[in-house]
Design a protein around this ligand. Structure first.
Ligand code: GRF
Length: 201
């Protein structure tokens, strides 16, 4: 399958996907970043993947930004759109267009801790466990149906950075695995539910 990956930062999840691409039957058509300084662009370049920078600060509205992102994605006619640390919120119209084809990774055990700064918020809330979720993207921010999660224990010695590192290790394993379910045709969004091998998750 052909995939487009959207990033905003370091791109370590992108790297995990690049490293596994052959094994998970994914051809990464291009990488799109809203941030020209994202290290993930270097990773994509090193892998010979075409890159596009679409700087959101150059647009007057969310709609105008989404329009250009959408035109760029559609040029590649991808089967799957992968949000791998992409830190912008899309308009509802944009999300509808890719309904059932767009996956996001979020560093928390959704529905807990939607939004930003999840690791610090988990520590502040004295949670005993934390983790990562992969979900289908719907119009609700971090609210689409969850497909899979991995958990890590929160240690008394943890700060946000040590916790983030352990969650990232799980992210890098989980995202390629879920993408592979999709490229194998085992995963779909049906009636607002994530379905794997014909069963609701
Ligand atoms: C990850 O924790 C991802 O879940 C979050 O942002 C971080 C991006 O990391 N949304 P990277 O850019 O993949 O290294």
């Amino acid at each position: 399958m052909r995939g487009v990956v959207l990033i905003s930062g370091s791109g370590s999840n992108l790297q995990a996907i690049i490293d596994q691409a052959d094994n998970i039957d994914l051809n990464i058509s291009c990488v799109i970043s809203n941030n020209a300084d994202a290290y993930g662009l270097t990773r994509a370049n090193n892998a010979g993947i075409p890159c596009h920078v679409i700087d959101h600060t150059q647009f007057d509205s969310r709609e105008a930004f989404d329009q250009v992102v959408s035109e760029t994605i559609n040029r590649y006619n991808p089967d799957i759109i992968i949000l791998a640390g992409f830190m912008r919120i899309f308009t509802e119209a944009f999300v509808q267009q890719y309904c059932g084809k767009m996956l996001n990774i979020h560093p928390s055990l959704l529905p807990k801790f939607q939004g930003l700064n999840t690791h610090q918020r988990v520590i502040d809330a004295n949670e005993k466990e934390h983790g990562v979720s992969i979900h289908f993207v719907t119009a609700e921010l971090d609210g689409g149906p969850v497909i899979a999660q991995s958990r890590v224990a929160v240690l008394p010695s943890d700060d946000a950075s040590s916790l983030a590192k352990r969650v990232l290790i799980e992210e890098h394993k989980l995202f390629p695995k879920v993408i592979h379910w999709f490229t194998q045709g085992r995963l779909e969004l049906n009636n607002g539910k994530a379905i794997l091998d014909g069963k609701a998750l």
